[in-house]
Design a protein around this ligand. Structure first.
Ligand code: DX5
Ligand code: ZN
Length: 230
């Protein structure tokens, strides 16, 4: 069994005030965030629009934190390079999108950045399993993609267990990420299931002090890992 990866918290800027993103980034950094998560939506793959490479570039100029770019778009192959050039460190695409997943993985790696493969709550683990030995991250969505502030779907947790088990079996030290409705309570459960990367939107930026929110989330994921299922 591999030593467990470090547990990382990635605030999602989708829940921040877009007119004051610089403040949100500074506060997340000061509170000990390990990465920033940027949700890109095209109005096709999901019924919402957010932002494109220009915003990622502006965020890149303000922080040294790794940028985890979550592409909720139909054609990740077409946009991989613009998001890499904008400063993304990990490009996370959906296996349900139109592009061929294997080709996206190859293309992103060729661009010299990390790649993550994401599945929606209703997509079985078997859809992403064949990529387990090639990707740097498997992202299990715990809400239907498109909007922040939704409630966590606990029925996705067995997919977190399965992803962690498969990565262990392959001797890969990739992250299993959980995204959507992550609160102290659900973060603890996801950590217990084997998640190592936690995307948090509303629980960081909507209500309370950002540093205190991050401190509580950190304590929860450490507690969860201490009682992990493996
Ligand atoms: C949903 C996005 C999530 C979302 C998380 O489509 O992928 O990253 O912003 O926000 P919360 O934590 O509020 O669910
Ligand atoms: Zn996301």
């Amino acid at each position: 069994m591999l030593p467990r990866r470090p547990l990382r918290l990635a605030p999602s800027l989708l829940s921040a005030d877009f007119a004051a993103l610089g403040d949100a980034i500074r506060a997340a950094e000061a509170g000990g965030a390990d990465a920033l998560h940027l949700d890109v939506m095209d109005g096709h793959f999901v019924p919402n629009l957010s932002f494109g490479p220009a915003l990622v570039e502006s965020v890149r100029a303000r922080t040294r934190l790794p940028l985890d770019v979550h592409l909720m778009i139909d054609d990740p192959l077409r946009y991989a390079e613009p998001f890499q050039r904008a400063g993304g460190d990990t490009l996370v695409f959906h296996v349900e999108a139109r592009s061929d997943p294997e080709e996206v993985v190859r293309t992103v790696h060729r661009l010299g950045v990390k790649v993550g493969a994401a599945i929606r709550p209703d997509t079985p683990f078997s859809r992403v399993e064949p990529l387990s030995d090639k990707v740097d991250q498997i992202l299990v969505m715990s809400v239907h993609p498109g909007f922040s502030g939704q409630a966590f779907h606990p029925e996705v947790l067995p997919k977190v267990v399965a992803a962690r088990a498969r990565l262990d079996e392959l001797g890969r030290d990739g992250d299993v990420s959980i995204d959507g409705g992550v609160t102290t309570e659900t973060a603890r459960a996801a950590s217990r299931a084997g998640a190592t990367f936690f995307v948090c939107g509303n629980s960081v930026f909507r209500g309370g002090a950002i540093d205190e929110n991050l401190r509580r989330l950190r304590a929860a994921i450490e507690e969860g890992a201490a009682g992990a299922v493996r």
